[in-house]
Design a protein around this ligand. Structure first.
Ligand code: ZN
Length: 218
């Protein structure tokens, strides 16, 4: 018996959101996965998201958010901007898309409310936030309050990964029976290579470091 009825997962097809999808499928009777098309450099990201949803028979919704690219193009949306290999000493890395999580969560909230759903799940993490301000707990809590006031509704933004790092995220996925799916079907690489990725970009390095640490004690 599942604890709760319905939830919407913010879903990119990457390691973190797929782990959240696994978590949500265990907790809820019905799960919707929402992805965004913002002309991201790697359209493969949306294909991976679709494949994973098909695999789990989860209803997948893709919302057009091309506006975001028009406003705030960066290294994840523009082919002619190289992704920084390492994090900068200060400020946000050039893979940061200004306002992305706020915009995504706001649209997911509107979608959820039209379906009478309060629970929204997102894979942001303060432990591995890579300098992205909109992955921090204080921002999520603030936005949750704002959305409730904006729509006079009791949203609950749930962040299962907020206080865990990549190593523990691998462990969580494994315990939920999704190790192989995460390893083979997700896309986190900034260079658009599925599974273990290019091995060289900041995202691959973070993912591999967590995986190696987890496998050494698995
Ligand atoms: Zn990579």
């Amino acid at each position: 018996m599942k604890n709760k009825k319905e939830a919407v997962v913010v879903f990119s097809g990457g390691q973190d959101s797929t782990t959240c999808l696994l978590w949500a499928m265990k907790e809820y009777e019905k799960v919707y996965a929402v992805s965004f098309d913002y002309n991201q450099r790697h359209i493969l990201e949306l294909q991976c998201a679709k494949e994973i949803c098909d695999y789990f028979k989860v209803e997948h919704v893709v919302l057009d958010m091309s506006l975001l690219n028009q406003l705030a193009s960066n290294s994840l949306t523009r082919r002619d901007i190289e992704v920084d290999k390492d994090a900068p000493d200060e400020g946000t890395p050039n893979s940061f898309v200004e306002g992305r999580n706020m915009v995504f969560l706001t649209f997911v909230a509107i979608y959820a409310k039209t379906k009478g759903i309060t629970d929204i799940i997102t894979g942001v993490s303060q432990s591995d936030f890579s300098g992205y301000p909109d992955c921090r707990d204080v921002f999520i809590k603030s936005l949750n309050t704002t959305l409730n006031l904006a729509m006079d509704y009791d949203f609950d933004i749930i962040t299962p990964l907020m206080w865990i790092d990549k190593e523990e995220t691998w462990e969580m996925a494994d315990k939920l029976g999704g190790y192989d799916v995460i390893r083979d079907m997700t896309l986190t690489c900034y260079n658009g290579i599925k599974g273990d990725g290019c091995g060289d970009c900041p995202s691959c390095k973070l993912r591999k470091k967590g995986l190696d640490a987890y496998l050494s004690r698995r």
